[in-house]
Each structure stands twice: as C-alpha cells, then as structure tokens.
Design a protein. Sequence first.
Length: 253
Amino acid sequence: MEFNEKVVLITGASSGIGAATAIYLSKLSAKLALVGRKETNLRRIALYCEKAKGVKPLAITADVTDDGDAERIIRETVEHFGKLDVLVNNAGVIGMGGIKNSNMETYDKVMTTNMRSVYHLTMLAVPHLTESKGCIVNISSIASTKPSTMALAYNISKAAVDHFTKCVALELAADGIRVNSVNPGFVKSNLLRDIGLSDDQLELFVKNVVGNMPLKKPVEGDEVAALIAFLASDKAKSITGSHYVIDGGSLLR
Ligand SMILES: NC(=O)c1ccc[n+]([C@@H]2O[C@H](COP(=O)([O-])OP(=O)(O)OC[C@H]3O[C@@H](n4cnc5c(N)ncnc54)[C@H](OP(=O)(O)O)[C@@H]3O)[C@@H](O)[C@H]2O)c1
C-alpha cells in the first residue's frame, strides 16, 4: 500500500487505535496530522511516527467537540500540508449504563464526541476531500449492531455512525469521495479507563469479554490499523458505504 504524498488526518491519535493507526501509516510514509487532547501523549506518538520514515507529523492539540477546534483542525492541516486526502474519524468515548441507570450528561458527552464531532469534521473536510478525491474511515464498533444493556448511549452513537457512513457515502460518491467504517470488537486501549472500575474489576471485565470471544484473544490495535489503512488506500478504490467488522468472532454469538 502506498501513502507517499498522502495527507492523513487522524482524530484520537494520542492513544489506542488512533495511535496504532498513526504508527502503522507512518511506516507507509504518510504525511500525518494527529489530533488529541493530551498534548504529552500526542507529542510522544508524533515523535515515534517521525522516527519511522523521517516524516514529521503535525500534532494538533484540540477537542473535537469544540466547534472552533474542529475548524482549526481542518484549517491547520490544509495550511500545513496543502491538502487533505484521508480523514480518520476515530476519537471516541464510552459511557456506561442502560435506560434505567444512565443520565443525560453521559448521553450528551457520548453523542457529542462519537457522532456530532464526526458530522462536523466530515462537513468541514468535504471541500478538501472533493479536491483530492479522498476518502473517510469512521471508527464505529460492533456495539452498533449488537444490543447490550451496559452502554446504551455508546451503542446508539455507533449505530448512528454506521448510518451516517452509508448516507454520506451515497451523497459523496458523485464527488469521488469514498466513506467506510471499521467496526472493532474488544481492543485493549484506554477506552474503559474512565468508566470508574478499579484495576481488579477492569481485569475481570476484560477476562470475561475475551473469554466470550470465539478466537479467545483481544483484537490488537495494529490489526485495526491495517484494516483502516487498506480502506484508506487505492486498493479499496471500489469500496464505499461498507462496515468492516474486526472482532475475533464476537458477532457470531
Ligand atoms: N477499544 C475497543 O475495544 C473499541 C472497540 C470498538 C470501537 N472502538 C472505538 O475506537 C475508537 C478509539 O478508541 P480506543 O479504544 O483507541 O480508546 P482510547 O485509547 O481511549 O483512545 C481514544 C482517543 O480519542 C481521543 N478523544 C476522546 N475524546 C476526544 C475529544 N473530545 N477531542 C479529541 N480527542 C478525543 C483521546 O484523546 P486524549 O486521550 O488525548 O483525550 C484518545 O486519543 C473510539 O471511537 C472507540 O469507540 C474501540
């Protein structure tokens, strides 16, 4: 896969799947714009990427839910590199609880981060992607189609991302822009760190989740990165409006 001269913007690149994707694409010589809120983490990943092929990423410390920051993310990327070829909408948060034990604060935070920011960044990126005949990869989840009682707001935010992916793929096909999603199952990352479990509870939770996966192992971040890279590459030039599941067989149950 060739990413020489391709400008790739990745949100949530300071941790987990986004960081793994940045590192993966840096080895393919992509020009990277990396977004996250935690500046130290973001700069660490950017330095790691630079060491791969000597291409210095643009690190943008920003909150994707802030409208001004969203505009700055797109503006700084295009000012710095002169164009945008690929948008990876990866930044996301989880909030726990079902309809009986969650609250509107959780709903607003999860929907604003996981869906509204994707809508806004995509809207802002479209003029530039039209020029480059570029593409978008949205990071959804198997939670978009698998009902559960644990994280209602998260599940419906990802269902929205899936439908957004299809609608926008249809709308933008005439402009030569492809739009797809990657829907992972459980991947070890910092996503579950904020949900208030102790380390022991978290370990037990992870053990149960992995135990229920038919392949009995978590998906690795760089496996997800490879799928994102494939969908963003010219090898996927006929693929648009699709959801690519990578879940160790979790949806089989
Ligand atoms: N891990 C899984 O099992 C799994 C499964 C399916 C789907 N996913 C999806 O994969 C994506 C990445 O999650 P992950 O597992 O890699 O989690 P993670 O390690 O917690 O990483 C989340 C990333 O999103 C960024 N982020 C969150 N809110 C943000 C905001 N308002 N503005 C800017 N950046 C923000 C974080 O940046 P800072 O830390 O710098 O704030 C971090 O870089 C999410 O969309 C998630 O829903 C994960």
